[in-house]
Design a protein around this ligand. Sequence first.
Ligand code: FAD
Length: 484
Amino acid sequence: KKAAIIIGAGIGGIAAALRLAAKGYDVSVLEKNSEAGGKMAQFTQKGYRFDMGPSLFTLPHLVEELFALFGKRMEDYLGVVELPMTCNYFFPDGKIIKAWSNRDKFLDEVQNSGVSRQVVEEYLEKQSFLYTHTADFFLFNSIHKPSTFVGDAGKKSLKALHKLDVFTSMHQRNKRTFGESYLVRLFDRYATYNGSDPYRAPATLNMIAHLEHNTGAWFPKNGMYGILNALKKLAEEEGVRFLFNTEVIGLVTSGREVTGVRTGDCIYPASLVVNNTDITLFYRDILPNNNKLRKLMKRERSSSALIFYWGMKVKSELDVHNILFSNDYEAEFIGLFKTKLFADDLTVYIFISNKVVPDDAPNGCENWFVMVNAPENVGQDWQEEATRARELIISKINTVLNMDVEKVIEFEQILTPEDIEERTGSVHGSLYGHSSNSPLAAFLRHPNFSRRYKNLYFTGGSVHPGGGIPLCLASAKIVDGMID
Ligand code: FAD
C-alpha cells in the first residue's frame, strides 16, 4: 500500500484521510495537539459540556458521503436533528424575529414585521438559483484547473454569472431589496459565516443564507463535537492511524516530489502528503517560502472570535442559536477590520447546545456559549479587550433579556483570538483563513494542490473553497478528485 500523510487532524484533514483510505492508501494523520478537531474542539467542566468552536451545521449530506465511501450509514454513528428555528433574533428596539426553518412560517413572521412575503420569497429563490448553479463550480471543483471552466460545472455556472452581483456589497443589495427593514441586518449577518464584512463583501455571498433558509439547519444529537468523533471513529475502523502530540516541522523533498515529512525526532516517508494546517503557517513553518508568505500576509484575514463559556444556573426562554443585535452594525465591522478593536456596542451570539442535548448541563442549568466577532490577533491586550467586551455583553443581555446574568453564572472560561491562534495554529486566530471582502476573494485562495510538488495537496478552511465545516469537507472532496 502507498503511504499517505495528512498534516493536521482538523475536520478537513480527517475528511481527506477517509477519502484516501477509501482509495486504498495507508493513511497516517500527524497532529501537534493531544486530540483531533483543531478549531472544532470541546471541553467538559463542572457538569457542563461545551462545543468550543463551530456551532452551526448545514449540508449534513457532505458528512453522510464520507460514510457512504465505505458502504456505511451516518445514522449508525451520528444522530442529527433538523432545528425548527435557525435563529432567534433580538433587535435593539425590542423587536424579535424568529427565523423558522419552515419557509411559510418564516414568511408569516417577516410579514408581521412589515416586509412583504413576496419580496423575501423572491430573494430566497434567487439565492437558491445562484447556489444550485454555481456551487459545483466554486465549491466542489478546483477553480485553479482549466478543466473546471470547460466542464459541466463551468457550463452550468455560466447561466448564473450575470446574476452573481460581485460588484455590489451584500449590504447594498440587502438594503435595495428590503429597504429600511429588520431583514437587512438579518441577512447582512451571513457575511460573518465566513468572517467577512457585509459592507464590503460581494453580494454573491448572500447565497450563504440559502443554506440555512432553504436547505435547513441541523444539529447533532450529541453536540457538534459528535461530528468529529463519528468521523474519527470511522477513520480508525478503516485503518487510519492518528499520531497525536506530533508536530510536523518540515517536508523532505526530492526534485518535484515530497518523499516524507519531518517531526523533531523522526522522518515519516510518504508517497503523498496532504496539508491541513493554516496555509500561511505552512509556508512560514513547514515549507518556508518568503515569497508566498509575503503575499499571504498582505491579504486581509478573516475575523476571529472572543467567547465566554458560561455554566448558567438558569432555564432560559432562548433557543439553540440566538442573536442580540447591536445598535450600530457598521461600527462593529470598522472595529473588526480597521481599528482592530471592539466597537462600543457589540452583537452578541448565544448558542445553547443543551437545548438539544440534555446531558450538556446539570438539571435546571444551561451551557451558554456567548460569542462576539473579534478582530484578528495583531497583539492587542486581550485581557483588557475581554474585560471591556464582557461588560458590554453583560449589559446587553441584561437589557434585552431582562435578567441579571452575573447572578446565574456559576462557571466561566474564556477563549480569545490569541488562544485560538495558539491552540490551532490559525495565523492571527482567524476563524476562516482570509476574508472574502473583495470580489476576487474566491479566486485568490490557495489551490488544493501544489504547483511545485506533484504529490502535495491542501485541505481545510484556509485554502479553496474556504472556511466553515461544509467548505472544509468540500476541499477534501476536491483533493480526492485530483488523485488517482
Ligand atoms: P483546523 O481546525 O484549522 O485544524 C488544523 C489542525 O492542524 C489543528 O488541529 C492543528 O493543531 C494542526 N496543526 C497545526 N500545525 C501543525 C503542525 N505543524 N503539525 C501537525 N499538526 C498541526 N464553522 C462552521 O461551519 N460553522 C460555525 O458555526 C463555525 N463557528 C466557529 C466558531 C469558532 C469559535 C471557531 C474557532 C471556528 C468556527 N467555524 C465555524 C470554523 C470552523 O471551525 C473551521 O472552518 C474548521 O473547523 C477548520 O477546519 P480545518 O480542516 O481547516 O482544520
